[in-house]
Design a protein around this ligand. Sequence first.
Ligand code: PGA
Length: 316
Amino acid sequence: MNITLRQLKVFERVARRLSFTRAAEELYLTQPAVSMQIKQFEEMVGLPLFERLGKKIYLTQAGEEIYRISRNISVQLDEAEQLIEALKGTEGGKLVVAVASTVHYFAIRLLADFCRSYPKVQVSFKVTNRKGLLRLLEDNEADIVLMGQPPEDQDLLAEPFMENPLVVIAPPDHPLAGRRDIALEELKHETFLMREQGSGTRTSLERFLAEQGFNIANSMEMNTNGAIKQGVEVGLGLGIVSVHTVDRELEDGRVIILDVQSFPILRQWYIVQRAGKRPSIVSKEFADFVRKEGSRFVRVHLDGNKPMLNGELPAS
Ligand code: PGA
């Protein structure tokens, strides 16, 4: 068989997404170009690799087998690339960092500092929610991921590097502002601005509420921390977010943290990598930097529910 690496790559992407359209988008090709590559590939193999049922496509048995092999080949090609980069040293290496939407507030400062020491490293920085990050890991599309605790049943190496406290935020003129030790019950008539399904913040919040036996009566779903913060500022409701997302708003007095019992919800941030993936020198250096220096880039710390900005207590 005279299969080219390009055909293999196109086949692998279509098989992974089970969609010609999505594969074409992700590979920056037209759909007819993708169909042509697959047709030639199938002719060479001498068997159909996909079958169409209604609007969906599925892998045939031959397709499944070739998909398994093509995934191994692409992991090995990736390793070969990393090995060559390792031989070249950290100069000019590539680094794909993916972070949770909630992490990117401090991760961008961290990355800026790292890049000052490694100016020639070619960085790709991806920001998405927990679900998106797990998919990037599964697809081997990130060297290092910074996120909440990943599931244990996946082949991942996860190492906690910093606390991630979730707090209740409110507008500064909220009736409960300044009150101490607010019982969760007192929030039962509030509207909560919740992150979307697939967000790690949302999952841990749901777990916490179930443990507390507390039902949120009114909620509104928003798919970014930015929208939640703005929603809180303009009085749409209360938000439950990582304290790492609200440093500027706390500093400017645009939102406040309510001193609610059982808060903050304590979570951890993790450095996550695919088990079995050989890390490049630069990704090892980056993981080490996060491990040692990560907390330096967080601008707000908590004393109970009281925020301390840059180590200073706020004016009021
Ligand atoms: P997010 O955070 O998905 O809520 O942005 C990531 C995580 O907590 O794992």
